[in-house]
Design a protein around this ligand. Structure first.
Ligand code: GAF
Length: 387
């Protein structure tokens, strides 16, 4: 969505072109899945697909918001206790409240927003929306009390926890706010230290294959996974009271072995995946420095297997996409994001790219009667104001 177009919609709805336009991207993650809420490492980067929002203070205490994509409109008071019902507006409401709690004096505003981050694809459209408003509202209302980029990240994450009900980690909001063109970021989710990593794999391309399915299971399987990990960490803490175990980041393979009989087999499988994934991120970083993409790819396949068999966040369609990638000789392929549908991320040799894209499109269509969406990854910039 171009800047001109959101301004046009803003003008149609609110009768003025006086607004500021902000943008925040979705993300990819090369490796390090379900490690963020376990205090581990992640390796994301922002993408070019993003959310764009036109925002202007309206001099009242009321928020008036329009979603172009969903053709939905809502209004609420800034200090309303409950906020709007529709999820897309709850993100906006939650972020405004969270920024207020962090000292930004948010008053009424008008906004129109839209985006091209595919929904339910595991590319973090929600974090893009949260980060866009965190960045924009901070810019418009801070008036000397501006918050840091990390506060924006945390405001987005708290919105998920308190207003949406997903107990996510910080990877998605972090990637959206801090992203940089051409660079991946290795983030330590416990210390919040991170470094930019130029990503230009000579001779290879990253491509997402969107299964275009989202299996909404009963309850909240994402939160269940998190609870499994917390139970194992708590069991280890109980056994070793002299140590401080906050998350699985503080645990070793021996620790997991030691609590095997105190936890369910399912919880142990989940924890086993997380420990393996923690190591895989570090292996991938090392391999990237050496330009060893074959090694990177191997780790990606291992992650897929772990996410599918041990963490159980895959589905038939994603496993099939992974299998086809393997058969095509793709260097690395795996589920990306929270799982239960969405995309696979694939590291493909340039010479194989066309064949892979054609084959996976044809075979997925033959099997599921769905044409998968092919998305070439271009690593882009994080949250910003459009001039
Ligand atoms: C979702 C969550 F929002 C992230 O915090 C992360 O846990 C991811 O799933 C899995 O790695 O995108």
């Amino acid at each position: 969505m171009e800047k001109g177009l959101v301004i046009k919609y803003f003008n149609e709805r609110f009768g003025s072109e006086k607004c500021s336009v902000y943008v925040s991207p979705g993300r990819i993650n090369l490796i390090g899945e379900h490690t963020d809420y376990n205090g581990g490492f992640v390796f994301p980067g922002a993408v070019e697909q993003c959310i764009v929002a036109a925002i202007a203070p309206n001099g009242t205490n009321r928020v008036r918001a329009y979603s172009i994509d969903l053709t939905d409109y809502a209004e609420w008071e800034v200090d309303d206790k409950d906020g709007p019902d529709a999820t897309c507006f709850r993100f906006v409401y939650g972020v405004a409240r969270e920024l207020t709690d962090r000292g930004v004096l948010i008053k009424g505003f008008d906004t129109v927003f839209a985006g091209d981050v595919p929904l339910g694809a595991g590319m973090s459209s929600s974090a893009a929306l949260e980060s866009c408003f965190a960045f924009g509202l901070n810019d418009l209302f801070a008036d000397g009390n501006s918050v840091s980029k990390w506060d924006m990240v945390l405001a987005g994450q708290a919105t998920e926890h308190k207003y949406i009900g997903t107990n996510c980690g910080i990877m998605d909001q972090f990637a959206s706010v801090f992203g940089k063109k051409g660079q991946l970021m290795r983030l330590d989710c416990r210390s919040h230290e991170f470094e930019y990593f130029p990503f230009n794999p000579e001779g290879y391309r990253l491509v997402l294959v969107n299964s275009c399915v989202k299996h909404e299971l009963a309850g909240s399987p994402y939160n269940d996974r998190r609870r499994s990990c917390e139970r194992v960490a708590a069991a280890i803490q109980q056994l070793y009271t002299e140590r401080k175990i906050e998350t699985l980041r503080d645990c070793t393979w021996e620790d997991i072995e030691a609590v095997k009989s105190n936890c369910t087999a399912e919880d142990i499988r989940r924890a086993t995946f997380v420990l393996g994934e923690k190591d895989r991120v570090l292996t991938v970083c090392d391999a990237l420095v050496k330009g060893d993409y074959e090694k990177v790819g191997k780790q990606m396949y291992l992650t897929h297997t772990g996410l599918s068999r041990d963490y159980e966040v895959s589905c038939e369609e994603l496993d099939y996409l992974n299998e086809v990638a393997r058969e095509c000789g793709v260097t690395g392929s795996r589920i990306m994001g929270g799982g239960f549908g969405g995309c696979t991320i694939n590291l493909v040799k340039n010479g194989l790219y066309n064949d892979f894209v054609q084959t996976v499109t044809r075979r997925y269509k033959e099997k599921y009667n769905i044409t998968p969406q092919i998305i070439d990854v271009i690593i882009g910039d994080g949250s910003r104001k459009l001039q």
